[in-house]
Design a protein around this ligand. Structure first.
Ligand code: IMP
Ligand code: MG
Length: 175
């Protein structure tokens, strides 16, 4: 059996600092409205919790869930929604909160799905963005960190459902 080892990559303090910067931008941009933050389960739950606690304006939250990678590190290329929204986002300012953009397939699907619900506006906040990997034909509005093509865990991100509880972000290595 292969052993797995994780190497420190981004500390919790660095993450929290970056989140405060992103929240400042959001607080300014949305000061005249009440945005709905939509967290993508499961990975984004930690980022979402820390982000919204830095939001000073009135806001609402909901969660959206996609089918996952299973225990694999590489996307199956198939994405489907397995939990719809509970709130009505028609004519609302929506900010999707995602943990990481890898191939971009999930975000493409989510964006199309949410646009069908006719929000007034739609922006995307992703904590991590794997540079040079995604094939997105649109921009991510708020990116925490651009990272190289490594498999990372911690701060909500898992490998086979483990490591979500780690406070920082780590690179998972097979040894
Ligand atoms: P995409 O559809 O390839 O962009 O993959 C997006 C989803 O796959 C993310 O929301 C994560 O849940 C998961 N994922 C992608 N890369 C990683 C990683 O490095 N670590 C943990 N999960 C990942
Ligand atoms: Mg995810």
């Amino acid at each position: 059996m292969q052993k797995k080892k994780y190497l420190p990559f981004i500390t919790n303090a660095e993450i929290r600092k970056r989140i405060r910067q992103i929240a400042r931008e959001i607080n300014k941009e949305y000061k005249d409205t009440v945005p709905v933050f939509i967290g993508v389960l499961n990975g984004a739950f930690v980022f979402m919790a820390d982000l919204i606690r830095e939001i000073k304006i009135d806001c609402e939250i909901d969660f959206y869930k996609l089918s996952s990678y299973g225990d694999k590190k590489i996307s199956s290329g198939e994405v489907k929604s397995i939990k719809d929204l509970n709130c009505d986002i028609t004519d609302r300012d929506v900010i999707v909160v995602e943990d990481i953009i890898d191939s971009g397939l999930s975000m493409k699907y989510i964006k199309n799905d949410i646009l069908k619900m006719n929000p007034k506006s739609l922006k995307i906040a992703a904590l991590l963005f794997k540079e040079g990997v995604s094939s997105l034909d649109f921009d991510i509005d708020y990116v925490g960190f651009k990272i190289p093509n490594e498999f990372v865990v911690g701060y909500g991100l898992d490998y086979a459902q483990k490591y979500r509880n780690l406070k920082g972000i780590f690179v998972l290595k097979e040894v």
